[in-house]
Design a protein around this ligand. Structure first.
Ligand code: PEP
Length: 253
């Protein structure tokens, strides 16, 4: 069975002290995790080391960066490299979040480079894709997401793509309180898997974890994650509340 993941994206929220409290609250109860049920916490860059230290000894829990740069090192002021992440024990990185695409003009070609450099350094990229509302209203979501996959992922080898986690995040559902229905999520996840099947074959496509993101909460997680092609979620707002996020983790199948 492919890995089921509850991933938290704290975005640019919380002071260091509040982040420590949130982590402590979250870690205060066992989560019933297993080799196939993982938690990944994408925390702000200045808190990565603290978070890695706090989860040391926790099984099936990993820390992610919220972004990473496409170059190995050099004069790129303000950026964070895969080598830096690797050197402090970070094992996942979000790549291509819609906020980074929108506010920092990250395009599909840059994201292809980011995915590749992550894989070269054993960082699992959580590659985000998803359409804006006008695209959905014009029923163009399948073509749009196919384009994102083709441009950023489909140069990867079979061995490489197997290590990528894909997160489908319809932009109209992120931070808006509007969730895609479980049927809408399943339809797109099945579409993504069919594209992966066409390109890499069914065995590879079936092994790839595809997360849903967009206003996931404790109350809707089980229903959405219960869909056959939905393998968990990438969670923003609701991951800032330990109890709510625990409930989301419990929704993993
Ligand atoms: C996200 O930031 O990836 C996200 C899905 O946010 P939210 O859960 O708040 O919609």
């Amino acid at each position: 069975m492919r890995k089921q993941i509850a991933a938290a994206n704290w975005k640019m929220n919380l002071t260091y002290q509040k982040a420590e409290v949130l982590l402590k609250e979250f870690l205060s109860q066992p989560q019933n995790l297993s080799d196939n049920k993982l938690v990944v916490l994408a925390v702000p860059s200045p808190y990565l080391t603290m978070a890695v230290d706090k989860i040391a000894g926790e099984k099936h829990m990993y820390i992610a960066a919220q972004n990473v740069y496409s170059k190995k090192s050099g004069a790129y002021t303000g950026e964070v490299s895969v080598e830096m992440l690797q050197s402090i024990g970070v094992t996942y990185a979000i790549v291509g979040h819609s906020e980074c695409r929108e506010y920092f003009n990250e395009d599909n070609a840059l994201l292809a480079d980011k995915v590749k450099i992550c894989l070269e350094h054993n960082i699992v990229p959580i590659f985000c894709c998803g359409e804006a509302l006008p695209v959905r209203e014009a029923n163009g979501q399948n073509e749009y997401v196919t384009g994102q996959l083709q441009d950023s992922l489909f140069d990867l080898s079979e061995d490489q793509i197997k290590k990528v986690v894909i997160a489908y995040e319809p932009i109209w559902a992120i931070g808006t309180g509007k969730t895609a229905s479980s049927l809408q999520a399943q339809e797109m996840h099945a579409h993504i898997r069919s594209q992966l099947t066409t390109k890499y074959g069914a065995d590879v496509a079936d092994s790839i974890t595809i997360l849903y993101g967009g206003s996931v909460k404790g109350a809707n997680a089980k229903d959405i994650f219960g869909q056959p092609d939905v393998d968990g979620g990438l969670v923003g707002g609701a991951s800032l509340n330990a109890e709510e996020f625990k409930q989301i983790v419990q929704g993993l199948k």
